[in-house]
Write a protein that binds this ligand. Structure first.
Ligand SMILES: [Zn+2]
Length: 240
């Protein structure tokens, strides 16, 4: 088996002779925050997750009561807690850069001049529209040309998921995925295509159930060299 193969979780256990390298804390922070940060406040950052959940729950209880719900009813008695926990631990966990996935990679000089483009298709995406706090769901396709570094394929899914787990707008989400991949893979040559259904369009407003939004961002040689761009578009074009 070629040592250019990607490391899956299973292979990591089998091939203990491959030296896995970690990213420095500085690079991890840059990868998590990107050059396209979310609008975040500095003031609440010192709170623990449990403190955040308690505060969010308290305010959500008030919101639900103002809406006229009876929180004495068993069915919704713990809804405010469930939502608070879901926000902090799951769907907005990406607001805390400490939750950035741990990444390791192998360095292989033979990939540097190989000019092979790696395309990872149909990565599922579930995010939240920051204007309405309702879901945006869909998928993305990612491509990069390696520059020595090769990371496990599942790590790309984890990077996408990390950026999805914040209140987002699709354009920033796309840019963040590109920017993080450039940082962790140490390459300029990255492309990302994102297709999402926005529930703020589906459930409310114009209530359109069919429309989707597509964003594409090319960087480096995938932007400047038509053959790479065409290869990427050809490969993703086969996806409905
Ligand atoms: Zn929206």
């Amino acid at each position: 088996m070629s040592n250019l193969s990607f490391i899956t979780e299973e292979k990591k256990e089998e091939n203990t002779d491959i030296p896995l390298l970690g990213l420095s804390p500085k690079v991890l922070k840059k990868a998590a925050l990107t050059n396209y940060p979310n609008p975040i406040s500095k003031t609440l950052h010192s709170l623990t997750d449990e403190e955040k959940i308690a505060k969010v729950e308290k305010h959500l209880r008030e919101v639900l009561e103002i809406l006229g719900l009876n929180l004495e009813d068993d069915s919704i008695a713990h809804t405010s807690y469930r939502i608070a926990k879901m926000y902090v631990k799951e769907i907005f966990s990406g607001l805390n850069p400490d939750n950035f996935p741990s990444l390791c990679f192998i360095e292989d000089s033979s990939v540097r001049d190989s000019d092979q483009m790696i395309v990872i298709k149909n990565i599922s995406m579930k995010s939240t529209c920051e204007h309405h706090f309702v879901p945006m769901v869909g998928h993305c396709h990612v491509a990069y040309i390696p520059n020595k570094k090769v990371i496990g394929l599942s790590k790309i899914n984890r990077i996408v998921r990390f950026h999805c787990q914040k209140p987002q707008i699709q354009e920033r989400l796309t840019a963040q995925i590109v920017d993080t991949l450039k940082t962790v893979l140490d390459t300029q040559d990255v492309a990302v295509f994102v297709k999402l259904k926005h529930f703020c369009v589906t459930m409310r407003g114009v209530e359109d159930e069919q429309s989707t939004t597509e964003t594409t961002l090319f960087k480096g040689r995938i932007k400047t060299e038509p053959n790479f761009r065409q290869e990427f578009l050809l490969k993703i074009g086969s996806t409905p």
